[in-house]
Design a protein around this ligand. Sequence first.
Ligand SMILES: *[C@@H]1O[C@H](CO)[C@@H](O)[C@H](O)[C@H]1NC(C)=O
Ligand SMILES: *[C@@H]1O[C@H](CO)[C@@H](O)[C@H](O)[C@H]1NC(C)=O
Ligand SMILES: *[C@@H]1O[C@H](CO)[C@@H](O)[C@H](O)[C@H]1NC(C)=O
Ligand SMILES: [Zn+2]
Length: 367
Amino acid sequence: MLVFTLCLYLWSWLSSIHGLEFRYHNSVEMEQYLKDINRTFPEITHLHSIGQSVEGRELWVLILGQHPREHRTGIPEFKYVGNMHGNEVVGRVLLLQLIDYLTSRYMKDPLVTRMLNSSRVHILPSMNPDGFESSARDCIYAVGRYNKNGVDLNRNFPDAFESNEEEREKEVRAVMDWLKTETFVLSANLHGGAVVASYPYDNSNRGSELQGGKSISPDDDVFFHLARTYSYSHTEMHNGDSCTDLTDFVDGITNGYHWYPLSGGMQDYNYVWAQCLELTLEISCCKFPPEKQLPGLWEANRPALLAYMQQVHLGVKGVVMDSYGKPVQNAVVEVAGRKNLCPFRTDRNGEYYRLLLPGNYTITGLE
Ligand SMILES: *[C@@H]1O[C@H](CO)[C@@H](O)[C@H](O)[C@H]1NC(C)=O
Ligand SMILES: *[C@@H]1O[C@H](CO)[C@@H](O)[C@H](O)[C@H]1NC(C)=O
Ligand SMILES: *[C@@H]1O[C@H](CO)[C@@H](O)[C@H](O)[C@H]1NC(C)=O
Ligand SMILES: [Zn+2]
């Protein structure tokens, strides 16, 4: 009996110091892991589902922060989304590792503590769990990319430059509804098959946004900075040649359209309609690599994932108030010289967040 107890003790001690195993967790195991985290760290985590996949799997989002259950004025909302292409699985693994990293270091590591005290982090490790379950463990091909209805979720969002009347898939509707519940400020969605940070726009209707083969947004300077923050904090991405047979990317970044135009993507949707600046991060040459490569991929991406999260504090934030000091909802907050396709507006608390590089700006809040 004593031996048995000792073994149990040793086992739980070992698993607590070793952290989450580097392997592929299926949807059942992932759900169990997220529930364990939610139970173990009730002060700084909150687990909820934003909807279900076509096959009925929950789309779990873990929120981390000092106040995980609700938005607080002045604390920006950040998100990471993984595995929207079911066979691009490294993002899913790294986001679970990131959850492990952040929860185990809160109140121990000053950077992590400051990060979770000053921002609220939402993590959706798998947007396409059905695709994941049907994936072939393969580097290149597309088995498992699509959702259960055979739809590419990164082509299924409304598009700013052409009409995309396709019926919205359940996973896409869940994300669109999720974007209405919080004012997300900054986001990235994680893919595989290349190593590059890609930024909006992904599409164009050959209007004034098209400049030199790129589709340039009003916040191009900010996106350029964000993409370079990721690629230069990554151990290799900034070299731009990590997957030998593919395009060379200067600085490890690319304008989405310049790489290849696409309609109905999630990144443009976030930026144009949800005023959330989003990057598409391609983080591994192989879409579904052998498990033994996962620790190396985590080491390569970890500093970049952390540095990118800190960019949520770039620029300015504030509350628009009327002459009585009452917060004004839905006020247009405009930065002179930046004509966003949909103007940025204050949220229900009258708050705004504008990611901007250091400089001199004229900002107006119009009711
Ligand atoms: C998360 O933990 C809380 C208790 O701290 C519990 O009430 C809640 O049901 C858990 N959520 C999930 C989705 O398991
Ligand atoms: C973070 O917040 C906790 C809880 O309010 C507080 O005890 C701690 O001092 C804060 N730490 C930092 C670095 O902000
Ligand atoms: C900022 O720009 C405004 C308007 O162009 C100008 O009046 C002001 O002098 C500038 N301030 C600084 C510090 O450059
Ligand atoms: Zn992808």
